[in-house]
Design a protein around this ligand. Structure first.
Ligand SMILES: CC(C)(COP(=O)(O)OP(=O)(O)OC[C@H]1O[C@@H](n2cnc3c(N)ncnc32)[C@H](O)[C@@H]1OP(=O)(O)O)[C@@H](O)C(=O)NCCC(=O)NCCS
Length: 175
């Protein structure tokens, strides 16, 4: 069953739409697939660090482990006049050997720079911390200013390290 995050209504606009963050489940494959299809080519390339055309396969992959205790996908949903649309997603997976969670995130283009990404990061951290995880780390392209900016704003240390292309960032979670 999907789980809403308390206090996760992150925005409303003049037409009284609201944004809510919740965990995804297998019934979200179609919605998530449409969401990925609707991303601009630039955002999609950044999200997957390269081109991926098969949105429905990607959505199914994201949700295949929905019931697994160490994996989850969060969705940001915009509701207007009863109509719900996915406008953001965060996929999280815990690596027990590395004792660290890894994540990927995107927000649909028209909703970017409105605080949705930051709220999804906060919800992901809460969820991971509740699962007993201490550390989250990820990599993004060195040129991805928005992801590096978002990570820094969320309190991640951007080490600037990595090969010529990706950079690594990490955060120790507090309880
Ligand atoms: C990265 C991404 C998820 C950010 O989501 P968002 O909802 O736009 O982020 P927010 O509005 O919460 O922004 C939070 C902070 O991130 C930083 N940020 C966001 N967009 C930025 C941009 N274009 N340039 C520089 N910094 C940016 C800023 O510090 C911002 O705070 P501010 O608006 O107060 O300055 C979004 O840009 C996205 O989906 N990009 C394409 C996919 C992607 O690159 N994913 C990362 C790889 S997994």
């Amino acid at each position: 069953m999907s789980q809403p995050f308390p206090n996760a209504v992150v925005a409303s606009n003049e037409t009284s739409g609201t944004v809510r963050i919740r965990t995804a489940n297998v019934s979200d494959v179609e919605g998530l697939s449409s969401y990925f299809t609707g991303l601009s080519p630039t955002s999609r390339n950044k999200r997957f660090m390269g081109a991926r055309a098969d949105s429905s396969a990607v959505a199914a992959e994201c949700l295949a482990k929905a019931g697994h205790p160490d994996h989850f996908t969060l969705l940001a949903e915009f509701t207007l006049e009863g109509q719900r649309t996915i406008i953001g997603e965060t996929r999280y997976a815990y690596d027990a050997a590395a004792r660290s969670g890894d994540f990927a995130i995107s927000v649909t283009d028209v909703f970017q720079r409105r605080g949705v990404g930051l709220q999804m990061m906060a919800a992901m951290e809460r969820h991971a911390s509740n699962l007993g995880h201490d550390m989250i780390a990820a990599e993004t392209a060195r040129t991805n200013a928005e992801m590096r900016g978002l990570a820094r704003k969320a309190g991640f240390e951007d080490t600037g390290l990595g090969d010529w292309q990706p950079v690594h960032f990490a955060k120790r979670l507090s309880r």
